[in-house]
Design a protein around this ligand. Structure first.
Ligand code: ADP
Ligand code: 5GP
Length: 217
């Protein structure tokens, strides 16, 4: 079989998306997942309570503090961080398996998570396999409007998220790419373009495809 047509000779790409709460990450990532059905989503563990409509094992694995602590101690997370007063962590094994099997994975993590993933070491060099995107609203006023419109948080939580937003948005230059979510569908297309280009990076190949092809002839 031709190596160009298989994922066997490739590593997957980890598409890491970060941005302030309310920027529209979940909405855009949800559409991206529909348009890229082969793209796996890294389902994080969190101690946050589920919002209406969220399902255990779909948006998140919802766990209590003690379970989360045990997972930290067992080294189950690729990274974890406290965000807006709750804990969030990326399960390690699933992400690493996907990448080694040539499957692309989408990760939605906060700024601290983005930093830790850049420094990650383990069975694979995560930073070599990943590409990171800062996902931003067109303005802070629009961010506030979206958070209020979503209506999933109480006023005190919205205030905390808005206070954190300024600090989070100051980190934009730490990321390789910037996507402005003004027009939602254009932002989704930008994510798609970044993913497609990343698949062609030399680091995505396990071996030069021509060597694999020559061997199989
Ligand atoms: P995040 O995951 O970054 O916290 P969400 O995806 O929950 O943000 O989006 C916050 C709110 O903004 C939601 O109500 C969503 O429908 C809305 N939204 C997302 N993108 C846009 C956009 N481009 N224009 C207007 N509203 C948007
Ligand atoms: P929310 O509670 O709105 O779903 O998410 C709050 C924040 O937690 C978002 O910035 C989101 O990117 C971040 N987050 C979600 N999962 C993880 C994770 O596994 N690790 C880290 N570090 N942040 C996460």
């Amino acid at each position: 079989m031709n190596a160009f047509s298989t994922s066997e000779n490739k590593y997957g790409v980890a598409l890491v998306v970060s941005g302030a709460s309310g920027s529209g990450k979940s909405t855009a990532c949800g559409i991206l997942r529909e348009q890229e059905p082969e793209l796996a989503f890294s389902i994080s563990c969190t101690t946050r309570k589920p919002r209406a409509g969220e399902e255990h094992g779909r948006e998140y694995w919802f766990v209590d503090d003690e379970t989360f602590r045990k997972k930290i101690d067992a080294g189950e997370f690729l990274e974890y961080a406290e965000v807006h007063g709750c804990w969030y962590g990326t399960p390690r094994t699933q992400v690493e398996n996907h990448l080694n099997q040539g499957k692309d994975v989408l990760l939605d993590v906060d700024i601290e998570g983005g930093r830790r993933l850049r420094q990650c070491s383990g069975s694979i060099s995560f930073s070599t396999r990943s590409v990171d995107v800062f996902f931003a609203p067109p303005s802070l006023q629009e961010l506030e409007r979206r958070l209020r419109k979503r209506g999933t948080e109480e006023e005190v939580v919205i205030r905390r998220r808005l206070e954190n937003a300024r600090r989070e948005m100051a980190a934009w230059r730490e990321y390789q790419y910037l996507v402005i979510n003004d027009d939602l569908m254009r932002a989704v297309r930008d994510l798609q373009t970044i993913l497609q280009a990343s698949r062609q990076r030399t680091a995505a190949y396990k071996r030069p495809p021509w060597e694999v092809n020559d061997e199989s002839e």
